[in-house]
Write a protein that binds this ligand. Structure first.
Ligand SMILES: Nc1nc2c(ncn2[C@@H]2O[C@H](COP(=O)(O)OP(=O)(O)OP(=O)(O)O)[C@@H](O)[C@H]2O)c(=O)[nH]1
Ligand SMILES: [Mg+2]
Length: 368
């Protein structure tokens, strides 16, 4: 066995090894390695054309594998994922992209289950994605969602994909955006992107969707307290959840309060007036009305040009944010920065060096 062959392609080497372990050597080993690919710790990658054809045909298994490729951080995988996306790009962009946010426990998953199921029954193909940069820490919530969306996850028209679990918000966002494109290429016409309402991730999701839905709870009379005004300003609709049973009157009250507050806010989308609604994911009341609002939003903003203007801005912003991520990581990974940063920062902390001078020194080191 030549060692050169192994280093050429590590995945190929894995299947040869398993063939050898199975008692074969030479050519028969290779053949048995192919047959036993399912047992190998890593599945063989498909050819780019196979990913493309499978996704375009709406094949769930291949879609899932293409998303896994997108989510990989290995250099070879990133290159192939980009090839796949490049070919599929003409098939993307036709879905309505809806972001859904709200504090933990507000009822996002339950809403998506009811709302998504209604759309699937009406013949739509619905993909549910999540942007949750904390999900590597709270894997439990992914499992929770699977059971909370049981009806939807079993529907033939639905596809549910949990948040990628790696690191930074920027990395998670890139993967979710590209996953959204793959789902569109696979024929999904409604994309629901769920995110937890805990800060920067709402802004990120607002930057990848057409319509942004903020779910809210009816409080005990102090509805407007503790609500982050900044997030309300991003929303195209506010929906008070759990408007059922004893909570119904409280929800109506909250709706009126929010509508008054919204009256004084700048609209999230040019020409569109954000309003508050109520719904119950349990009784189903108010769920069809939310869809009507979103359809009206689409019709009106497509006619005014605001819809495509936002998508154009989003595409430009996406380019810039990836450039910024790239430059930032290049900067911090630079050997000179790596070795001098601690001392320079300490000097700043000790009050011995002004911040601007410190930055100038670092930039000089970086630019060599
Ligand atoms: N009565 C009532 N309860 C609801 C409704 N929607 C959700 N709930 C309940 O509220 C709780 C939280 O709902 P989830 O859908 O898990 O909320 P979430 O926003 O996805 O929560 P996280 O994923 O933790 O951020 C669950 O116990 C639900 O059963 C509703 O319309 N009516
Ligand atoms: Mg949830």
């Amino acid at each position: 066995m030549s060692s050169g062959m192994q280093s050429d392609n590590e995945i190929f080497a894995v299947s040869v090894m398993s063939g050898v372990q199975g008692g074969h050597d030479g050519l028969p080993g290779q053949r048995s390695g192919d047959g036993g690919a399912g047992n190998s710790p890593r599945r063989r990658r498909l050819a780019t054309a196979d990913y493309v054809a499978g996704v375009a045909a709406g094949d769930r298994t291949i879609l899932a594998r293409a998303i896994t490729l997108i989510e990989s951080n290995a250099a070879g995988h990133i290159a192939q994922a980009q090839e796949v996306l490049q070919v599929l790009l003409p098939r993307t962009g036709n879905a309505l992209r809806i972001g859904i946010t709200g504090v933990p426990g507000v009822g996002k998953s339950t809403f998506i289950e009811a709302f998504g199921h209604m759309l699937c029954e009406a013949g739509h193909k619905v993909a549910v994605l999540a942007v949750d940069p904390s999900s590597s820490l709270t894997r439990g919530s992914i499992l929770g969602d699977k059971t909370r969306m049981e009806l939807l996850s079993r529907h033939a028209n639905a596809y549910i994909r949990p948040s990628p679990t790696s690191g930074s918000l920027g990395g998670v966002a890139r993967k979710s955006r590209e996953t959204m494109l793959l789902c569109e290429a696979a024929g999904f016409d409604v994309i629901l992107v769920e995110t937890v309402g805990v800060g920067q991730s709402e802004v990120t999701v607002r930057g990848m969707v057409d319509f942004f839905l903020l779910l809210m709870l009816a409080g005990a009379g102090d509805e407007l307290q503790g609500i982050k005004k900044g997030i309300m300003e991003l929303a195209d609709a506010l929906v008070i959840t759990k408007a059922d049973g004893d909570n119904q009157a409280k929800a109506k009250g909250a709706q009126a309060d929010y509508n008054r507050a919204l009256h004084y806010m700048a609209p999230a989308t040019t020409g569109w007036r954000t309003r508050a609604y109520t719904c119950s994911s349990v009784s189903g009341e108010g769920i069809p009305a939310v869809w009507e609002v979103i359809q009206r939003f689409r019709t009106e903003t497509e006619a005014s040009g605001a819809f495509s203007a936002r998508r154009h801005t989003q595409a430009r912003d996406w380019v810039r944010s990836l450039i910024e991520d790239y430059l930032r990581s290049r900067f911090y990974a630079h050997p000179a920065i790596h070795s001098h940063m601690p001392a320079i920062e300490s000097a700043v902390v000790a009050g011995e060096l002004p911040v601007t001078a410190a930055v100038q020194q670092l930039v000089k080191l970086y630019e060599g």
